[in-house]
Ligand binder design. Structure first.
Ligand code: CO
Length: 153
């Protein structure tokens, strides 16, 4: 395992769409292990592959004592809406209120290519949405509740 460098705002890769993963191989496992180690070191809640410079649809979320590895995730159900404060390892020293679903159900592959469903609420649901946004080049600062605070890079 190795620590990877976090890509920061201003790098255009963060605005690109990540590609679907087709090979659930050792290379993917090494990437996920590196992402997990990097997430721990940065004390983060979630990390998407694009944040370590890899345009693949994979993310790790550590929330509520559970670690989720989601590959090619799709949100299949949402419930309600709630506004809460959010930050991002790629946007240092900035937080802002973002409206997200209260609960989500996400369908995603695990590292072995097995399709799974995760239902989560609260901050875990928020983390799922935040990481899946990363895969489409979207950052939380694009969605700030207070439009006055909305800004361009
Ligand atoms: Co983020």
């Amino acid at each position: 395992m190795a620590l990877r460098e976090i890509v920061k705002i201003g790098d255009s890769i963060l605005r690109q769409r990540s590609r679907e993963i087709e090979a659930f191989d050792e290379r993917l496992h090494a990437l996920l292990d590196d992402m997990a180690q990097t997430l721990d070191k940065e004390n983060g809640l979630g990390i998407a592959a694009v944040q370590v410079g890899i345009l693949k649809r994979a993310a790790i979320i550590k929330s509520g004592g559970v670690t989720y590895e989601i590959i090619n995730p799709v949100i299949i159900k949402t419930e309600g809406a709630v506004c809460d404060s959010e930050g991002c390892l790629s946007v240092p020293n900035e937080r802002g209120d973002v409206e997200r679903p209260k609960a989500v159900t996400v369908r995603a592959y695990d590292r072995y290519g097995k399709l799974k469903e995760h239902t989560a609420g609260g901050y875990t649901a928020r983390a799922f949405c935040h990481e899946i946004d990363h895969m489409d080049g979207v950052l939380f600062i694009d969605k700030l509740y207070d439009n006055k605070k909305k800004r361009k890079e």
